[in-house]
Design a protein around this ligand. Structure first.
Ligand code: GLY
Ligand code: MN
Ligand code: MN
Length: 358
């Protein structure tokens, strides 16, 4: 059994749960190494199995050497019932955040002798602290994305559309080694920059506009996540004030990060600075989130569900913003790793306001 699966088994023992069925794609990959699109892990105290279909038998065998690969022919249900009968377990946990009601009903109908126990967040919690290999991959994902952003930045100018520069960025990330985008690119200019998640549109970038880029690369299954806001002309006094407020909040929160502090406390540092400047109502989302196999995972840096204490090896974003409807907005986001005594920033482009002239 590999390390990650052993950690899971310790947790299952503590919870007195004799087996867990793992269906979530990221959790399955995290435990077994298998990256295919169809597969279900079953982990007991003694053994770890990976059920999949014909398309993935060879891939699963190669990628998941610590798992016994079972190829089902008629469907997962059939494979599961055979395995669980052989294992003689009477209770199996399932991932309540991933299993649909339909699948749950089928399991109850067809494997009704088993008690199906809902679980939530067991493996997600293990995933929060990254090991050295994971940190290295995330570091490389961030480098690919940043290098691409810096390469296309000179071509961001009035007259081009958001979609055009987004395509440049995507192409550049792929050329530099990204498997795919970590999420749909956000390129939001002018009034659209007040949309926290303004996906790149056909809007033409104008002069003197903020342009927010929120971009991330997927690399070896892991994600990066970063945001920079640039401006296409000399900033007005108000644009400068809003930008500087977000920047001060962002830097203060990064500075404040250290093991033992909670996500809620870190969020508070940035939120207070923005509120004192008079923009409290314009910062309506949490400060950040964990990043790994999923672009959004635990821990949360937020006033909601932000009670997790930060620990070395966690990788989180710090991304305050000010969004003023009908005017525009600014967000600055770094990817940050919690270290033994503070934080290391993994994002490299400058956070000084970049002025892109036409
Ligand atoms: N890219 C989405 C986010 O920053 O959360
Ligand atoms: Mn982002
Ligand atoms: Mn983010």
């Amino acid at each position: 059994m590999n390390d990650r699966t052993q950690r899971l088994v310790r947790k299952l023992k503590a919870d007195q749960l004799p087996a867990l069925m793992v269906t979530d794609a990221n959790n399955r990959r995290y435990l077994s190494g298998f990256s295919g699109s169809a597969g279900t892990c079953v982990v007991t105290y003694e053994e770890a199995y990976l059920l999949t279909d014909f398309r993935y038998t060879d891939q699963a065998t190669q990628q998941a050497p610590d798992y016994q690969v079972i190829t089902y022919k008629k469907g997962l249900q059939e494979g599961l019932s055979q395995l669980l009968e052989d294992l003689e377990v009477d209770q199996v946990g399932f991932e309540a955040d991933d299993v649909t009601y339909r699948t749950y009903s089928n399991l109850c109908d067809e494997l009704g002798d088993i008690e199906w126990a809902p679980t939530s967040g067991i493996i997600e919690k293990l995933r929060q602290v990254k090991d050295d290999e994971e940190v290295q991959i995330i570091r490389e994902a961030a480098q690919i994305a940043d290098e691409a952003f810096e390469e296309i930045l000179p071509s961001v100018r009035p007259g081009r559309t958001e979609s055009e520069v987004a395509l440049d960025l995507e192409f550049c990330m792929r050329r530099l080694g990204a498997e795919e985008l970590a999420f749909g690119l956000i390129v939001a200019s002018g009034v659209r920059s007040s949309l926290p998640h303004g996906r790149a549109s056909e809007k033409v970038i104008g002069e003197g506009e903020f342009v927010t880029f929120d971009y991330g690369a997927a690399y070896c299954g892991y994600c990066s996540d970063a945001t920079r806001t640039v401006i296409t002309g000399e900033p007005t006094e108000k644009q400068r004030e809003v930008y500087d407020t977000v920047l001060r909040a962002q830097k203060a929160a990064v500075e404040f990060i250290e093991p033992g502090r909670t996500g809620e406390e870190v969020d508070r540092v940035a939120r207070d600075i923005i509120a004192e400047a008079g923009y409290g109502d314009n910062f309506g989302h949490g400060l950040g989130h964990g990043v790994g196999l999923a672009v959004h995972e635990g821990p949360r840096l937020s006033q909601q569900n932000g009670d997790t204490e930060l620990a070395p090896g966690m990788v989180v974003t710090v991304e305050p913003g000010i969004y003023i409807s009908g005017w525009g907005g600014v967000r600055i986001e770094d990817l940050v790793m919690v270290t033994e005594d503070g934080a290391e920033v993994l994002t490299s482009p400058t956070k000084d306001l970049v002025v892109q002239k036409g």
